[in-house]
Design a binder for this molecule. Sequence first.
Ligand code: APR
Length: 245
Amino acid sequence: MDFHPDLIRFLKKATRVAALTGAGVSQESGLRTFRDAQTGFWQQYRPEDLATPRAFARDPKLVWDWYAYRRETAKGAHPNAGHYALAAMEKIIPEFTLITQNVDGLHRVAGSQNILELHGSILKVRCSECGTYADEWDEGLDVLPRCSKCNGYLRPAVVWFEESLPRPQLDAAVNAAQTCQVFFSIGTSGVVHPASALAHTAKAAGAVVVEVNAEPTPLTAKADFVFHGRSGEILPGLVQAVWGE
Ligand code: APR
């Protein structure tokens, strides 16, 4: 794959880079997006029956079972070459911020460290009342796990539909977008707010915007460099072309 010499030059001298990732990055690890994962038994439900505060209030057991199912799928998955290429970039670039909408934890498994999980993580749980995170919990029981501090129900530590994003992570993501020299948008359809606004924030602040996606998105026309294809092929190719690694 050919990479424009300007892009190679920008990246070689960049000291601050931010990358936003979405479900497409995990697609080559065999993980499906939320809606695509609703197969078999889960097909009968609407997303709002499984992933909203209302759903949890109405039927917490159903919501726990759905996330237990997705957690098992995520745990069985392995990072792909795209995840590893992003981890490699973090090691090379002095300030590299990885902003992800994915809840599968695969960026961390691949070795990325400076990660802003905008939509939380299915590998973690927290109290639905006091917010305290729990390291251990019993799963698959008929009795739902409760918080050791306040006895409230524990819940998956993800951002559900109708909920707002965690403020510290969102603020840090906006800051990274405003201060980076190069911003990547990778494997995200760019339609879910507020993450989708980050590339525009970066562009308005003067960053070079690079899109890597299987298909065109609303960002494509605004991006400075666009690569249509698989992130697991394009990103390693780019790392090799820029840094020879
Ligand atoms: N490489 C690059 N891009 C890919 C690949 C791949 N191998 N496979 C798919 N894509 C692209 C798709 O073409 C699509 O444009 O990744 C994008 C994934 O878009 P979405 O499924 O909408 O995922 P995302 O943008 O992460 O969605 C945001 O919406 O469902 C909610 O909370 C959920 O975090 C999620 C949010």
